[in-house]
Write a new protein. Structure first.
Length: 364
């Protein structure tokens, strides 16, 4: 325990800030769990972008979820200023004793200064300017490429404060909710799908350099269908992603249930929770699968499975052995938006991994 560990009994309210994408926000859920269990006397709040709020809504340790709507900036200077003032007033009214800022986003530093909590922690920046150091009472090391998962790096902020996470508190948490559960149950009935008797395939991403080719996805669908496994195909309501799943469905010889663009994030979680297996690229739905306990085959190219892979769920990583350059972290080979380590990934390898998990796991 560090010599400047905080007295956790003195914390009445804490705020966790994570202003990033959907998957990044979901990977913060263990931080809320740990704070809820280690600070039972405290109320735990979070601040995220509005579109990512479903990732943390109904988390059992969460008291309030504050959001920043990125559309404020398109509503004119006066409307944006009013929205920002209302948010700040709401946050100030909570009188936080602790702020946990989990990125190097400058907004978190300025908010922490304005909220003036007794304790605050954030990762060190490189370089680490004086204004950043002066914004927080504690700074935690931020070591990238050390082979540790992003969940563990998030938990480092708590370790820096002297709050040690319990092993049982480190799992991801996502609560689909009763409404989403009912909607998905009706969808399964409509398409004559049995819970635990279908595969969920989410092949698209906003970053196309993370995606497997259309022909490979179609071949995988055909092979799984030949094994007796119906496939449900999903995508975000983004035109590029929807175009990709339409092309996959058209290229596959086998029938496929195409739900691209029709599901909310909560619906997606409820659907994945009822699948026997999830197959998809390194994206938020892959983390959703881990949060709801569904085994996963995760396709990885330029990004690192050691940092971003499925967390605490049975899984297999489908990645190229023929490309020692991966994970390179680039947006495609040479920055060209196409990743050869994914375009050359054999269908048979992904299929073998899927078959192994389908045979070794059971879903109720």
């Amino acid at each position: 325990m560090p010599g400047d560990a905080i007295p956790i009994e003195a914390v009445r309210r804490a705020l966790v800030i994570k202003l990033r994408h959907h998957g990044d926000v979901l990977l913060v859920s263990p931080v809320l769990t740990v704070l809820g269990h280690r600070l039972p006397q405290a109320e735990i709040d979070a601040l995220v972008y509005a579109e990512t709020a479903p990732m943390l809504e109904q988390h059992p340790s969460l008291a309030r979820l504050h959001t920043i709507d990125r559309s404020w900036k398109r509503q004119g200077a006066r409307a944006q200023a009013l929205a920002e003032w209302r948010l700040l007033s709401d946050l100030r009214s909570r009188d936080y004793d602790l702020v946990v800022h989990l990125t190097d986003h400058a907004r978190g530093a300025w908010l922490t200064r304005l909220l003036a909590p007794r304790f605050s922690v954030a990762p060190r920046r490189d370089p680490n300017p004086r204004w950043w150091r002066g914004s927080f009472t504690h700074l935690c090391a931020q070591v990238r490429g050390d082979g540790r998962h992003t969940v563990e790096r998030n938990l480092d902020a708590l370790r820096r404060l002297g709050i040690q996470p319990r092993e049982e508190d480190r799992s991801l948490v996502l609560v689909p909710g009763e409404d989403a559960t009912r909607r998905v149950a009706a969808l399964l009935d409509e398409h004559r799908l049995e819970p635990g008797r279908f595969v969920h395939l989410h092949p698209a991403s906003r970053w196309r350099f993370k995606c497997w080719p259309v022909s490979s996805n179609a071949a995988l669908i055909d092979a799984l269908h030949g094994d007796g496994w119906p496939v449900v195909l999903t995508a975000a309501p983004d035109e590029a992603e929807l175009r990709m799943v339409r092309e996959i469905a058209a290229a596959a010889r086998a029938p496929v249930v195409q739900l691209g663009g029709t599901l909310s994030l909560k619906d997606m979680a409820a659907l994945t929770a009822r699948a026997r297996l999830f197959v998809g690229v390194d994206s938020a739905p892959m983390h959703v699968a881990a949060a709801v306990g569904t085994p996963a085959v995760a396709l990885f190219g330029p990004s690192s499975e050691r940092e971003w892979g499925p967390w605490r769920v049975p899984h297999r990583i489908a990645a190229s052995d023929a490309h020692p350059c991966r994970p390179c972290g680039l947006d495609g080979c040479g920055g060209g938006k196409v990743s050869e380590c994914l375009t050359t990934l054999p269908v048979q390898r992904v299929l073998d991994m899927a078959r192994e998990l389908l045979a070794s796991t059971a879903r109720s």
